[in-house]
Design a protein around this ligand. Structure first.
Ligand code: AMP
Ligand code: MG
Length: 347
């Protein structure tokens, strides 16, 4: 299949009637799948009401079928079509954070969405993306759009159209190229089906920000206790992994440098993941900086691109510094731990 690329300038007015958007929306209405930019990462969109479209998403990504998709909407009133109820706390969060990187899990109204999109769970994850191109496309097609990240399952999520093409060219009908995404890590997934909301996946909206609006918020214990089953089916899979094995290193830069030296002596091509502050602390084959520690948002924004660059550099092994677990650092560490398959070396 030829993958069409629609280039769209996200800053132009009246995006909804932009011919590229109109064209892409038409392809979505024909139940084909189309990658689109959001403020977090690129998503792979398809008509959430149609089994055939949803099956194409799973097939293109090679995604396990028990892993439900997040449904994207452009207007709040679209919720009533497929959600059974919106509890008060969920309403407050929607008012505060939408459009934005917060996915809310709600009870479903049966029979509207494809069961394949929701993995038959009886609940659905919904969000309204804060990106002019995504919103215009959603409005132009007038459908709830199921959209997981537009990468091959298990790989780092795409933050540019080029990343999407690397993984999915020839497997999807098209991609709307709206430039690089902003946040760089996926949305926070929050279960609002119980009285006290539970974070199932940390993301750009932090626990502290949520608690300011609705009081106590819990974190799914399975995120830290590896013997428990996560409530978000997707969190049990290895994810975001570069091709080479990645090790998190808790220790000094000198300790990490010694690990590099040892592996180089074994003849391996070694990569180091650090930040701009510390690039000169390492002599490795490939040293890549992931933003600056002073601004954790910059680390989130460049994390997946850097993981993909290690693939381009064809390293044999990667050692990564650790990051603080607070604020957006919670999401950064969650993704790095997954990318590392929880491999940790302590000094
Ligand atoms: P992705 O779309 O690839 O960013 O992944 C979406 C994440 O949300 C996965 O970890 C899913 O398992 C999770 N998710 C989606 N819908 C639900 C749901 N109804 N209940 C629990 N987790 C969900
Ligand atoms: Mg994903």
């Amino acid at each position: 299949m030829k993958t069409n690329v629609w280039k769209v300038d996200k800053y132009v007015d009246n995006l909804e009637s932009n011919p590229q958007i109109v064209d892409a929306a038409q392809v979505l209405r024909q139940n084909e799948v189309v990658a689109l930019p959001t403020e977090t990462v690129y998503g792979l969109g398809g008509n959430a009401k149609n089994d055939e479209a949803v099956s194409k998403i799973f097939a293109a990504k090679g995604r396990p079928v028990d892993n439900p998709l997040i449904i994207h909407i452009a207007e709040q009133n679209q919720l009533n079509e497929f959600v059974a109820e919106v509890p008060r706390k969920a309403s407050l969060l929607i008012e505060t954070f939408w459009p934005g990187p917060l996915t809310i899990i709600l009870k479903i109204k049966e029979g509207i969405l494809s069961d394949k999109a929701t993995a038959g769970l009886g609940t659905v994850g919904v969000r309204m993306p804060d990106h002019p191109v995504a919103l215009a496309l959603l409005k132009a097609c007038g459908l709830p759009i199921a959209a997981p990240s537009a990468n091959s399952s298990g790989k780092p999520s795409p933050t540019t159209a080029q990343h999407v093409l690397e993984d999915l060219e020839g497997k999807i009908a098209g991609i709307v190229d709206g430039g690089p995404t902003g946040v760089g890590v996926e949305s926070t997934v929050l279960d609002c089906t119980e009285d006290i909301p539970v974070i199932l996946r940390p993301g750009a909206v932090t626990k502290e920000q949520l608690e300011e609006v609705v009081g106590e918020v819990r974190v799914d214990r399975a995120l830290t206790e590896t013997d428990l089953k996560p409530k978000a089916p997707g969190m049990k899979y290895q994810h975001y992994a570069p091709n080479a094995p990645l090790y998190l290193v808790a220790g000094s830069h000198a300790f990490l440098q010694q690990l590099v030296k040892d592996k180089q002596q074994e003849g391996l091509r070694v990569g180091v993941l650090t930040t701009e502050e510390s690039v000169n602390d390492y002599q490795a084959d490939v040293v890549l900086a992931c933003g600056t520690r002073a601004e954790p948002e910059t680390v989130a924004a460049s994390l997946y691109g850097v993981l993909r660059n290690f693939n381009h550099e064809k390293v044999d092994i990667i050692f990564s510094e650790m990051f603080s677990n607070s604020g957006v650092g919670h999401a950064i560490m969650n993704r790095l731990q997954k990318a590392a398959g929880n491999k940790l070396i302590q000094e």
